[in-house]
Design a protein around this ligand. Structure first.
Ligand code: F6R
Length: 260
């Protein structure tokens, strides 16, 4: 893992946006992007919108897959993740609406929908760059603690902690759906590159477990230790429980180019 501790949100957004630019360069503009919702990537999405408007960064040849969706919510529902990504990124860049895929939360058979969605990612040739946030309980996507580390897209039950964490997007905690369709950890690990971004004290324990803890389903993000191309972008608060923080800073200060 490459650990980058930034001074604050603006610098973090630039570092994450640079990864998007890199994958667009590497794929000749034809990248398949894996998009997360929630607060963590929003600053980076704003920076991508700025680069699109001011610097001509184009997403015209890309396609995108969302990580997850609430069971029961149709794409146009106000709190659906499909709508979230449109309002926070895709309506302001030049990606075709038809090129954005998400699990269909309102599907009559969510189990079949999960299998269909998983297969559709593979059929599209897989994800070139996946952006991730992390839950305070260590989830990625909505793979809550004790999720299989080789799981595929499926229905999961949110923990009470995640319901509480996400209640800010709803009128009341009672309105937060208890079930989600989420890419599995095995699905996420197939992305060719991953950038995870986290900020704030409430992510510090999960970040420390992810980077320095033993690989364990207790902290699902620890599975990222098995992936060869993961960049973790942290603000000082999210990095505050890392035992080797000084080493990660030293590595960044002594970078010699694209080496591990
Ligand atoms: C969202 C997702 C989740 C969030 C995580 C952190 O698509 O898959 O794993 O990334 O719950 O949420 P925020 O960023 O709101 O703290």
């Amino acid at each position: 893992m490459e650990i980058i501790i930034v001074d604050g949100a603006e610098e973090g957004a630039r570092v994450v946006a640079d990864r998007f630019e890199q994958v667009l360069r590497e794929t000749g503009g034809k990248a398949t992007l894996g998009l997360a919702t929630g607060s963590s990537p929003v600053a980076a999405y704003r920076e991508l919108i700025r680069r699109h408007r001011e610097e001509g960064l184009s997403f015209a040849g890309t396609r995108a897959f969302l990580l997850d969706e609430y069971v029961g919510l149709a794409p146009e529902a106000p709190q659906s993740y499909h709508r979230f990504i449109r309002e926070n990124l895709t309506r302001d860049i030049d990606i075709d609406d038809a090129a954005i895929s998400s699990p269909r939360g309102e599907a009559a058979d969510p189990v079949a929908e999960a299998a269909r969605y998983d297969a559709s990612i593979r059929e599209a040739g897989g994800v070139d760059l996946q952006i991730l946030g992390i839950g305070s309980d260590g989830h990625i996507g909505f793979n809550e603690p004790t999720s299989s580390l080789s799981s595929r897209t499926r229905v999961k039950t949110l923990t009470p902690q995640t319901v509480e964490d996400n209640a800010r997007f709803f009128d009341s905690p009672d309105d937060v759906p208890r079930h989600v369709l989420t890419q599995g950890i095995g699905t996420i690990l197939e992305a060719r590159a991953i950038v995870l971004t986290a900020s704030g004290e409430n992510k510090a324990r999960a970040v420390a477990e992810m980077v320095e803890g033993p690989i364990s389903a207790r902290w699902p993000a620890t599975a990222l230790q098995l992936h060869p191309r993961v960049v973790v972008v942290l603000d000082p608060a999210a990095a505050s429980q890392l035992e080797l923080a000084d080493y990660y800073r030293y590595v960044q200060d002594n970078k010699r180019g694209p080496v591990a």
